[in-house]
Design a binder for this molecule. Structure first.
Ligand code: NAD
Ligand code: ZN
Length: 245
């Protein structure tokens, strides 16, 4: 184990109110590309830029583009929680981690068994009718998995994902929960996020302790304030220290 990984293991050992704050890089080892990492969506040639597809104005006019993208993401074989998701769920079960705050919309933390997951940008498996507000899940609409726009069986309006599109506000209760968890944490692990999306990225400023760990493959604006920086893939590092904490 590297010195940095063993410092991480020691700090986890000595903490009992850990908060993990993560982003798309947590799920790249599960096969879902991130946006700004080396193989991210933003480096791919696309007919319509993804920032537009994921904006509320564009979705309102052309929901098909979102569902085509969603189907592409979820059709990949073997998308499942990886060692990072499993390690964090285990820390929570052991009573050491009090919340995962995530910018991800893929639901993989819950699939790994995490209970307290604050999803800042929502979750693409939950759906809501834009007409009558009826709630459903992706499993209720085969056409959504196939990349076609689902329509409400009661009112025929377009059904939308319960995600925060660009141009929409974050849920105030989720934000407040994240602020409280981070402000009261005795260790903050920030992982797999470029810290470029606001207001989410600003939440880590609420941490007041001295165990600020940054696990990210590439530099971020937060590097100067981190107490420990690890550049190795998150899942691999957590798999290494599993059993040592
Ligand atoms: P981002 O793409 O901007 O940044 C991801 C960062 O993670 C990059 O800096 C990259 O170098 C790093 N990284 C990638 N794989 C890593 C690994 N295995 N170990 C360590 N570091 C790794 O992602 P973001 O900051 O989360 O912002 C993108 C926005 O897009 C978020 O708001 C999120 O909602 C959304 N998004 C979600 C998913 C998902 O749910 N899986 C996927 C893509 C984007
Ligand atoms: Zn409806």
């Amino acid at each position: 184990m590297s010195d940095d990984a063993s410092t991480l293991a020691q700090w986890i050992d000595g903490s009992h109110d850990i908060v993990f704050f993560g982003g798309a890089g947590v799920s790249t080892e599960s096969g879902i590309p991130d946006f700004r990492g080396a193989k991210g969506f933003y480096h791919q040639e696309r007919e319509i830029p993804l920032e537009r597809v994921l904006s509320i104005d564009f979705f309102s006019a052309c929901p098909g583009a979102y569902y085509a993208w969603f189907a592409e993401q979820t059709a990949r074989e073997g998308v499942a929680p990886n060692a990072a998701h499993r390690f964090l769920a285990g820390l929570e079960r052991a009573g050491k981690l009090k919340a995962v705050v995530t910018q991800n919309i893929d639901g993989l933390h819950q699939a790994a068994g995490s209970k307290r997951v604050l999803e800042l940008h929502g979750n693409w498996t939950r759906l809501e009718c834009t007409g009558c507000g009826a709630r459903s899940t992706i499993d209720d609409f085969d056409e959504a998995r196939a990349g076609r726009v689902p329509h409400c069986p009661s009112c025929s309006a377009v059904v939308r994902p319960d995600i925060v599109f660009y141009g929409e506000a974050l849920d105030p209760a989720t934000l407040e929960g994240a602020v409280l968890a981070i402000a009261g944490a005795d260790m903050l692990i920030v992982g797999g996020t470029s810290l470029a999306v606001y207001p989410a990225a600003g939440l880590i400023d609420y941490y007041q302790g001295g165990r600020r760990v940054l696990m990210n493959a590439t530099p971020t604006p937060y590097d100067g304030r981190a107490d420990l920086i690890i550049r190795e893939p998150i899942g691999r590092v957590f798999a290494q220290i599993q059993g040592h904490v």
